[in-house]
Design a protein around this ligand. Sequence first.
Ligand SMILES: NC(=O)c1ccc[n+]([C@@H]2O[C@H](COP(=O)([O-])OP(=O)(O)OC[C@H]3O[C@@H](n4cnc5c(N)ncnc54)[C@H](O)[C@@H]3O)[C@@H](O)[C@H]2O)c1
Ligand SMILES: O=C(O)[C@H]1O[C@H](OP(=O)(O)OP(=O)(O)OC[C@H]2O[C@@H](n3ccc(=O)[nH]c3=O)[C@H](O)[C@@H]2O)[C@H](O)[C@@H](O)[C@H]1O
Length: 341
Amino acid sequence: MTVLVTGAAGFVGTHVSSALKRRGDGVIGLDNFNDYYDPSLKRARQALLERSGVFIVEGDINDVELLRKLFKIVTFTHVMHLAAQAGVRYAMENPSSYVHSNIAGLVNLLEVCKAANPQPAIVWASSSSVYGLNTKVPFSEKDRTDQPASLYAATKKAGEEIAHTYNHIYGLSLTGLRFFTVYGPWGRPDMAYFFFTKDILKGKSISIFESANHGTVARDFTYIDDIVKGCLGALDTAEKSTGTGGKKRGPAQLRVFNLGNTSPVPVSDLVSILERQLKVKAKKNVIKMPRNGDVPFTHANISLAQRELGYKPTTDLQTGLKKFVRWYLSYYSGGKKAAAR
Ligand SMILES: NC(=O)c1ccc[n+]([C@@H]2O[C@H](COP(=O)([O-])OP(=O)(O)OC[C@H]3O[C@@H](n4cnc5c(N)ncnc54)[C@H](O)[C@@H]3O)[C@@H](O)[C@H]2O)c1
Ligand SMILES: O=C(O)[C@H]1O[C@H](OP(=O)(O)OP(=O)(O)OC[C@H]2O[C@@H](n3ccc(=O)[nH]c3=O)[C@H](O)[C@@H]2O)[C@H](O)[C@@H](O)[C@H]1O
């Protein structure tokens, strides 16, 4: 297959691009290298990918001309769409970034895909956050997703609805993947596991959220290698789009899957694991979860992905964090170039 990976300089995009390249697929990346978090980390991931022959075109998914040119030069069989404004809490600071990338950017990409001939099959990243304040656990794909708790979640939910219309009208084959709190080497500095590690090493205090009436806050943390397997399983089982040049020729595949680890862990346990692995005691403040779009817990039912994609997570949090900490220490203290090898 020949895959356009949008968001290829991102955390998940880097791992997916390198896994596709390693197994012999054609990969072209696209990323706007924005400064939502330290762009030098995206550049270091880009250098890593270039070593394995994966090149990233620098540009925005809102740039219609650029996308049309890419599709003219390369016959993409698949699109792995990961470019987005991620992060739940940042939506309170910069809402327009979520509309720009997660709504306008998605529509623009789908417009170019529907007009392509042949149309690619598309796999894209939705999010566990679409389950919002659901209390029925574990979350299954059929459960309600109409109570998003953050603008981020609302844009991810909107993405699922937008995908439905492009499938219905133009015959685009579309598979949505609801990732559950992904972590691992080359991760995102805006995520708790990452900045907790930084702050613990620096002796800075960290805030551990607790939900109302002193409940623990927990996440179904999912290791990046398991997410990558889920992404490749979705690409490998994606059916062809049925339209050509914007004209639908018949019904097309439309799917949504949870990609989680099925074992939610309290954030306090995550911190204890980090303390043991860093051999440093954390300075902890336990505070009530601010009204910032966070949800108290996530917990994935992954039976559908197991059945249809052969998805089978194998890395527990202890093991996964050990790999993350090893990368973190080599990247930030052993010199960034060393880690990029
Ligand atoms: N990491 C997680 O825990 C998690 C969980 C659920 C869903 N997701 C989703 O998975 C996808 C990848 O997430 P990630 O964790 O790798 O985040 P990331 O921020 O590391 O990667 C996203 C990449 O997309 C790029 N990008 C953003 N807007 C763009 C635009 N308009 N044009 C071109 N490039 C753009 C960014 O520069 C970044 O490199 C996102 O859609 C995210 O919402 C991530
Ligand atoms: O699965 C997703 O769809 C989402 O996954 C990720 O969001 P979250 O699960 O919220 O991860 P993250 O911010 O690391 O907070 C982890 C835990 O630490 C708690 N948390 C957070 C900050 C803090 O200072 N203290 C704290 O206790 C916090 O309350 C939470 O319980 C992605 O960022 C997001 O892009 C989205 O895609």
